[in-house]
Design a protein around this ligand. Sequence first.
Ligand code: NDP
Length: 455
Amino acid sequence: MASYPTLNPFDGRDLRTVELMSAVAVEQRLAAAQAAFPAWSGLPLEQRGVLLRQVAAALRTRRDEIQRTMTREMGKLRGEALAEIEKSAAACEYYADHAAGYLSPQPIPTEAQRSYVVYQPIGCVLAVMPWNFPVWQVFRFLAPSLMAGNVALLKHASNVPGCADLIAAVLADAGMPAGVFAVLHIDNEQAAGVLRDRRVKAVTLTGSERAGRAIAANAGDQLKKCVMELGGSDAFVVLDDADLDATVAAAVKSRFDNAGQTCIAAKRFVLVDAIADAFVQRFVAAAKARVYGDPQDPSTTLAPLARADLRDGLHRQVRQSIDQGARALLGCEPLAGTHAGYPASILDHVAPGMPAYEEELFGPVAAIVRVKNEAEAVRVANDTPFGLGGSVWTGDAARGERVAAQLQCGAAFVNSVVRSDARLPFGGTKRSGFGRELAEHGIREFTNIKTVYVA
Ligand code: NDP
């Protein structure tokens, strides 16, 4: 496959034919990254910070063009795309402000004259990124990594090549030195070759478990560091004392924003019997209000899925769950006459063994699991191969914290939707992956944490 087409998921129209890069073109970018590293890592942090601020400004300048490209390529609602671009710009500024503190040498008292830890850049990092947040996922990695002094190559998802090119244009507009960042339009086999190249020191992936297994195996074979941010099936635990109005509003937002294609979206709604019927009644009514339509139109509140094959895969999971006894309360049939449209959908009485219970539903389908009490809610919340995030909803914050402490995941939120925030570390446990992004933990992932000991 030397080229492939990309389609607009709203109307199915051809957008662009992407030519895969030749071996020579890939080699040029690897060589440029290698050549750029000494000068880039040698720049004082403040100067890298100045450039990151210029990147933030360039993102804002090109905001409308980037938004239209995101919407055309993967169907994101206009408002959601604009918010994502702003969040990405803010992350650049956040790391421009905080990288020096996160990376400053840490003295550690020992019997030595001086002993301390320094955080040194490692070189070129390969980023393999997904389409669901085609700008934010890239900057979540790129802002800290560039501030740490690394250089980066991006292999973006094949359906968002225009987003990848615009990110490269933004960095060029900002005056980023040549070679510090480049986009590779390559397939997965070529990406495996890039990871094997001795000039590439590490890899970060956000994507599916399938991609994670392939890339982590390759990284393991090469003994290269990797960070894996994979799927999730976050529980949204509603206890008997929750404020149902606020909880339902949060549930709808968490499940149906971005057409449900969010790794940390609430996917399994674990409801204690005392409030289950009342919650479900309000949840169905609120979800019904999500209107599918053109993602560029401001009145649309439910976007198409990013590709027709993803919609078909989601529907297979829904069908099979219904065949095994789940009850369809809302939606659960593809929207006729659309290319990749799926309505806001709710499955009740989801139970172990069903895809809606065991697998990630990467689309606008909520799975409801009814439980007797708090203890059973915790057991069900943890009864999943995933461990990305989870939330608990209760009128008693202390009770919420006790439940949060028992959730086997990388981020447990009480009375709040799980979300990423540059100030807080982000990542999973179990099959949701390993390593952390954001905060100080994220910026240190791709550094050499080096001990210096002066006897
Ligand atoms: P993928 O995981 O396949 O895509 C994510 C990225 O990984 C893309 O850049 C993709 O490239 C790349 N990739 C996939 N396989 C390999 C490989 N063997 N070697 C190198 N790179 C690879 O996601 P899909 O688009 O197929 O989505 C399928 C499912 O993945 C979703 O339904 C969802 O469950 C999950 N997913 C989770 C995300 C999250 O945020 N946790 C994000 C996206 C998907 P290419 O596009 O060229 O194949």
